[in-house]
Design a binder for this molecule. Structure first.
Ligand code: A2P
Length: 341
């Protein structure tokens, strides 16, 4: 079993390597790939970092991608042509009808329809919402979802973490400005990754705003939720917000159902769902570094007996990205997809 990890030097790629190791993935060889900038360098424990070239991408059984949409669009099919099943963490293939979009606990059977030899990993925010959404949908039949996210800097990769880390000490050195002249405090630092100064702030714009006023990140929450849950008419009202947290996405969800919601039944369904933990008030800081997804503040809506409010938290680099990618690689092996090509 030869496994390629494309984007091996990135925030997610690094965790993919560790996750393969930690879960004892049965690989004979794991080969790291990154950009031309890193190719030729040694990656400790994995040998020389490879460049993406026609002669380097053949002969793999599996290729795990987390190197941006452009790289996936250009190279995923070439790995497939060379014999691999591709699990892709970018947005490049997610909405392709011939590419399954899979959360390992939610719709594993969709893997079998990987007609292009590519399986897509959902967006990190959509991912963590899907676990409680599926648990409750199976009981009550979801028709609508209002989802407001609190997304960590690490959702933008290592550079997102680095930008926030650099801003914090500069702004923390002048508490007076933070309290009395926030605009002046915000101007003390550069922001190129996040849409505004993120330290000590909250930014209600994440991604590019489209013609309908929603960002591409928000549209992913609608489109991917519909595909994963198999509810093409699901009404989704998404708002994506960046918050000064390093790792751990949180989402407040108001979900509406065909059936009236019974709180005890809802809690029982959430508790019974694999890798989902019910807590009173989960936080991103406490979820960082954890495999599980956490759900709390589960409340019946005050006005509508068919609606439920809950707050879900997950590590965006683990379950939101690297862990689910490795779980999909495991499923691809279990379900006989690998080696078939
Ligand atoms: P490199 O480190 O050589 O730039 P992150 O999401 O943390 O920014 O990481 C992105 C990952 O994708 C890195 O491993 C990066 O490699 C890799 N990458 C970026 N652009 C390319 C490209 N054009 N070809 C291959 N790998 C790429």
């Amino acid at each position: 079993m030869r496994v390629a990890v494309v984007g091996a030097t990135g925030a997610v790629g690094q965790i993919m390597l560790r996750t393969l190791e930690r879960r004892g993935f049965a690989a004979d060889a794991i080969v790291p790939f990154a950009s031309e900038r890193s190719a030729g360098r040694e990656l400790e424990g994995y040998g020389t970092i490879q460049p993406l070239r026609d002669d380097t991408v053949a002969g793999f059984d599996l290729a795990l991608f987390s190197a941006g949409g452009g790289t996936s669009r250009d190279w995923a099919e070439r790995f497939v042509a060379g014999g691999a099943v591709v699990v892709d963490n970018s947005s490049a293939w997610r909405m392709d009808p011939d590419v399954p979009l899979v959360v390992s606990e939610v719709n594993p059977e969709a893997m079998d329809a990987a007609r292009k030899g590519i399986v897509a990993n959902p967006n990190c925010t959509t991912m963590v919402v899907m676990l409680p959404a599926k648990a409750l949908h199976d009981r009550f039949g979801m028709t609508a979802m209002v989802a407001t996210s609190y997304q960590a800097a690490g959702g933008a990769g290592q550079k997102g973490i680095d930008e926030l880390a650099a801003q914090v000490p500069v702004l923390a050195a002048d508490i007076d400005a933070l309290v009395n002249d926030g605009a002046a405090a915000a101007r003390k630092v550069e922001s190129s990754v996040h849409a505004n100064t993120l330290a000590f702030n909250v930014i209600p714009r994440l991604g590019t705003i489209g013609p309908n006023g929603y960002t591409d990140e928000e549209m992913k929450l609608q489109d991917e939720s519909r595909k994963i849950l198999g509810i093409p008419v699901l009404a989704v009202s998404p708002t994506c917000v960046r918050v000064p947290v390093m790792v751990g996405h949180a989402i407040e969800v108001r979900a509406t159902y065909e059936r009236e919601v019974d709180l005890d039944e809802a809690l029982a369904a959430l508790r019974a769902f694999p890798n989902l933990v019910v807590e009173e008030a989960p936080t991103p800081l406490e979820a960082a570094g954890r495999d599980e997804t956490f759900v709390g503040r589960v409340r019946r809506d005050l006005g509508d007996p068919h609606s439920l409010n809950f707050f879900v938290v997950g590590d965006n680099l683990l379950k939101g990205a690297a862990l689910n990618t490795v779980q999909l690689a495991e499923l691809a092996v279990e379900r006989g997809l690998v080696g078939r090509r």
